[in-house]
Every structure is written in structure tokens, then in C-alpha cells.
Design a protein around this ligand. Structure first.
Ligand code: NDP
Length: 298
């Protein structure tokens, strides 16, 4: 029986994740098919119930369901419980296990970005969605001492800070209102800037203007392309990285959880690069971009 792995999101289409996972299944001769399920929030519960069937290896969960799916899971791993967000589901019999492999993906991206330099202790994070939760948890685990989170809707970043309350008790984790002057003054005290908003995904907008950046900054954009933010940062002399490495490593971790096998990383990286060269920019599919909360943050 061909096994099934599904990506549940809304909207989903032409996904980078699909290209990389199907290539990995095929290369390792695993009889499995990666399917895209576009399910609005009202249909999420039924879709997740279906995953208990024998033919399913598991699922990826993406925008806007990563937080909403948590109550339907029978057991959460440490990363899923700590972030309050699930991006991968596996099955043990009829029980569903929730994982968050974005955290592992972020760890690799951060280590690679920092390279041989000393790991910074202060960071500015833009965004407060599911991606930002994985980032903040990764920074807490990497022993950062001060992390400031800016979000368009302040209540969401405040909820994020409350969520991490206990695990961040030893450090300073703060939500601040999205004002350019406040962001600029925080960046002046910071070595690391992470964009975890979707600004720049479907348009050439930047979350902050190039003038607020300084050449010493390390800049990571979770978006899987050379965004305007990354281009302007690189022009100034900053060290920059886009979201591809994080995407690759979260995907590799999910693959191993579903199959019990080591992921063919190089092959998955090639499949990602080929899909990107073909014009795909989103793991979820089109159009998961910097639109209003009605869709992106619903
Ligand atoms: P969510 O929908 O959970 O969050 C979206 C975030 O973007 C929110 O902080 C939202 O702010 C902000 N935002 C969206 N549009 C605007 C706008 N016009 N102005 C200001 N803020 C805006 O998405 P995720 O956290 O899951 O994903 C965020 C980005 O990170 C996406 O581009 C996604 O593709 C990428 N990502 C990449 C990963 C990787 O492996 N590289 C892993 C996870 C995510 P508000 O709350 O105010 O609406």
C-alpha cells in the first residue's frame, strides 16, 4: 500500500516542501506520496482525524494551523509543547504525536550564520507567528540573554512572551510596539536580526528600511529567497542568510520522523534549489505572503 504524507494548510499549492520530500521518498525507494491538503480552519479537525488511518505516515502542518492543531494531538514533544506550535505529525497506532522541527531547522541556520564568530547574546525578532515561536525557543536554548520581539499586532507578541514566561525566566524576553525608532534603537544594541514576518514573501517590501541596519549585524530572514531586507543588509556589509537552510533542515528532521531513516540531505537540497529555480518561493505554496491578517495570520 502506498503510504501517504500530507501538508495541511490554507492556502497550499505548488509547495517547496512537496518537491523536497517527494524527491527524498523516491530516491530512498520509499513507497509514499506527499499530498497537499488545502483545508480552511473549519475543516482542520476532520482532516487531522483522518491521519489516524493506517495508510498515513504523518503530516506537515503549516500556516495558519500550527498553533490551532495542538489540542488535537495526543502527545507533544518538548519542542512542540514549549513553542505551542506543531509543524509535523507522526502516528503511533491511532495516536497522533506532535513535533516542531522548525526549531531544529532554526538551530542549524543560526549556527551556520554565526559561523566561527562568538554566539551573540542579544537579538531582535520581527514577527510573532508560528515561525517566530520556533525562533524565540531556539534563542532561549542558545542561551541568549535579551530578545526583543516586534510585531504589527502587539497583543500577539505579548502573548508569545507570556507563553515563554517560565522557560525565559532567566533572561529578558520583551514585546515592544512596532515603531521604526524603537526598532532602530534596539538594533543599535544588538548583533542579530531575524525576520520571522512574511513581509517580503510575495512583494518586494522590507519590514524595516535599510537605514536602521548597521554593517556588524547578522541578518536571518525566514523567507526562502533574497528579500529586499537581505539585499539591503548585504549591500551595507552585514552577514546574511535566507530561510532555505532552515526549511531544508526542518524538512530533513520531519522525513526522519516519518520514515525512521536518515534524510538524503544533499538530494533534498538539490530538489529545493530546482523548485526555487522553477519559480517557487513558498513551502506552503502560493500565495502565503505579506497580506492582511485575514489570511496570513488568521
Ligand atoms: P504566521 O501567519 O503565523 O505569522 C505571520 C507573521 O507575519 C506575523 O507576525 C504577522 O504579524 C506578520 N505579518 C504578515 N503580514 C504583515 C504585514 N503586512 N505587516 C506587518 N507584519 C505582517 O506565519 P509563520 O510565522 O508560520 O511564517 C512567517 C514567515 O516565516 C513566512 O514567510 C514563512 O514562510 C516563514 N517561515 C519559514 C520557515 C523556514 O523553514 N524557513 C519556517 C516557518 C516560517 P501579525 O501577527 O501582526 O499579523
Amino acid at each position: 500500500m502506498t503510504k501517504r504524507v500530507v501538508l495541511i494548510g490554507h492556502p497550499v499549492a505548488h509547495s517547496l516542501s512537496g518537491a523536497m520530500q517527494q524527491a527524498a521518498f523516491d530516491a530512498l525507494k520509499i513507497d509514499a506520496r506527499y499530498e497537499l491538503w488545502d483545508r480552511p480552519p473549519i475543516e482542520l479537525a476532520d482532516a487531522v482525524e483522518e491521519l489516524r488511518g493506517d495508510e498515513f505516515l504523518g503530516a506537515n502542518i503549516t500556516i495558519p494551523h500550527k498553533e490551532r492543531v495542538v489540542p488535537q494531538i495526543d502527545r507533544s514533544t518538548e519542542e512542540a509543547a514549549a513553542t505551542g506550535a506543531v509543524n509535523t505529525i507522526t502516528r503511533e497506532g491511532r495516536r497522533l504525536i506532535g513535533h516542531n522541527t522548525d526549531v531544529a531547522g532554526f538551530d542549524v541556520a543560526l549556527d551556520t550564520l554565526v559561523g566561527r564568530q562568538k554566539m551573540p547574546r542579544h537579538a531582535v525578532v520581527l514577527g510573532a507567528g508560528g515561525g517566530a515561536r520556533a525562533v524565540v525557543y531556539g534563542l532561549i536554548r542558545a542561551a541568549f540573554q535579551r530578545v526583543v520581539v516586534f510585531n504589527r499586532h502587539l497583543h500577539r507578541s505579548e502573548a508569545l512572551v507570556r507563553h515563554f514566561g517560565r522557560s525565559a525566566a532567566h533572561m529578558e524576553l520583551r514585546a515592544m510596539p512596532w515603531h521604526e525608532s524603537i526598532i532602530e534603537s534596539e538594533l543599535a544594541k544588538t548583533k542579530l536580526l531575524i525576520n520571522a514576518t512574511s513581509i517580503g514573501l510575495t512583494t518586494d517590501a522590507a519590514p524595516v528600511p535599510g537605514e536602521v541596519l548597521s554593517p556588524e549585524l547578522l541578518v536571518l530572514d525566514l523567507i526562502y529567497k533574497q528579500t529586499r531586507l537581505l539585499r539591503e543588509a548585504a549591500e551595507l556589509g552585514c552577514t546574511t542568510m535566507d530561510g532555505e537552510l532552515m526549511l531544508l533542515h526542518q524538512g530533513a528532521a520531519s522525513f526522519s520522523l516519518w520514515t525512521g531513516q536518515a534524510a538524503p540531505l544533499e538530494l533534498m537540497a538539490d530538489a529545493l534549489a530546482a523548485a526555487r529555480a522553477g519559480g517557487l518561493t513558498s513551502a506552503e505554496g502560493e500565495p502565503a505572503g505579506d497580506r492582511s491578517t485575514a489570511v496570513a495570520g488568521a
